[in-house]
Ligand binder design. Structure first.
Ligand code: UD1
Length: 362
């Protein structure tokens, strides 16, 4: 049983579902439970359609509210589904409240949990995602790490059993969608964008959106960049709400603001962008996969390989650091060090399924 609920999980789960369909047909049955955490069509359904992901058997329709309440409601509802379906395994992805609810419900029923994207750490426990990651990693049976750094993080916490560096499922996805996005998306035309002559920005992390000082700095930084280069900003509902709440809409002047975008459009933009500015983990990595310079608007990153390779620079929530990074790019001083491919060979999904099936048979 796959338990998911938030946008990045649909992308990752699609890679594994494809392997189950193609290589384990008749041997493994996958049942998908959608918690409902993300519910807008363009935050959820469009991802299932574009990535050929099997429809969820149940949607629990749980979203919004404080984190504790959201997670608690999910825990109860996922537990009911587990009792009904009695799966042999539960698969969870990443670090959202849906991940925690799925893993916790399963472990209480002694159903083994496989955690995909295990071992990532920001070392900042104020982030809800960090708490979710730590807890899920400590109750999972199989821990599928995307990198050696993740394996080392787990080791430092005393977690070594069932830990495997399988590579990053997001890299599998990037290889799958790269051409598809180029040929099927018409987003560049729609917004009159020319390849390598525009910037792409996203911002949704709670530590940025919920803090008016940080959000103002970020928006001011983006607005200044937009004076020099066309800048497109697909706006997450969380960010839209906080911009309204804090009265910051004037900073969006000059920026091309859109609704959250379908995945193929997003990937088409990422590949064609001259620069990406983001606080998303997935987008940072996609920038790396597509060789696009990225300014990450956070104080730390779980994806340290991207900063080591030089595609990614951490700029925090500082207008000055954003502008320094932009100036570095414009003046040709951006240095990229090719450090090989730290995220595996594009077969993480196969590795994961192989391990689960092997484990289940022993
Ligand atoms: C969640 C994850 C975050 C992940 C992100 C990807 C947690 C703690 N956070 O953050 O790690 O990077 O998803 O996007 O699980 N909303 C809508 N429509 C939707 C979805 C959400 O309007 O389709 C609204 C919600 O009602 C809420 C706000 O957006 O007011 C934030 O949603 P929430 O699910 O709490 O967290 P995210 O910020 O999306």
């Amino acid at each position: 049983m796959t338990v998911l609920g938030a946008r990045p999980q649909f992308v990752k789960a699609a890679a594994i579902s494809r392997v189950i369909r193609n290589l384990y047909d008749g041997q493994v049955e996958e049942v998908v439970i959608h918690t409902g955490q993300h519910y807008d069509n363009n935050m959820s359904r469009v991802f299932f359609d574009e990535l050929e992901m099997p429809a969820a058997r149940h949607n629990l329709a749980i979203s919004g509210g404080y984190h504790g309440a959201m997670t608690g409601r999910m825990l109860e509802a996922v537990e009911s589904q587990l009792i009904k379906e009695l799966p042999d395994w539960v698969l969870v992805y990443g670090d959202t409240n849906s991940t925690l609810a799925g893993a916790l419900a399963a472990s209480k029923l002694h159903i083994p949990v496989a955690h995909v994207e295990s071992g990532l750490r920001s070392f900042d426990k104020r982030m809800p995602e960090e708490i979710n990651r730590i807890l899920v990693d400590h109750i999972s049976t199989l821990l599928f790490c995307p990198t050696e750094t993740a394996v080392a993080n787990l080791k430092a916490e005393g977690v070594t059993d069932g830990v495997y560096n399988v590579g990053d499922v997001m890299f599998d996805v990037a290889l799958f969608v790269k051409e598809k996005a180029r040929s099927q998306s018409n987003i560049l035309k729609l917004y009159d964008l020319t390849t390598k002559q525009f910037g792409l920005a996203t911002c949704h992390r709670a530590e940025n959106t919920d803090d008016p000082a940080r959000l103002t700095e970020i928006l001011k930084g983006l607005a200044t960049v937009a004076q020099h280069i066309k800048l497109i900003l697909p706006l997450h509902p969380r960010t839209r709400e906080f911009i309204r709440h804090y009265g910051l809409a004037q900073h969006l002047t000059g920026i091309v603001v859109t609704e959250p975008l379908p995945y193929l459009d997003m990937v088409a933009l990422e590949q064609a962008a001259k620069l990406i500015l983001t606080d998303s983990g997935g987008v940072q990595k996609e920038a790396f996969f597509y060789g696009v310079p990225c300014l990450t608007m956070r104080d730390q990153t779980e994806w340290v390989e991207t900063t080591q390779a030089g595609t990614n620079i951490l700029v925090g929530a500082s207008m000055k650091a954003i502008l320094d990074g932009f100036e570095k790019l414009q003046s040709g001083r951006w240095e990229y060090v090719n450090k090989g491919q730290p995220y595996g060979n594009g077969n993480a999904s196969e590795n994961i399924m192989q391990r689960i099936v092997q484990y289940a048979r022993t």
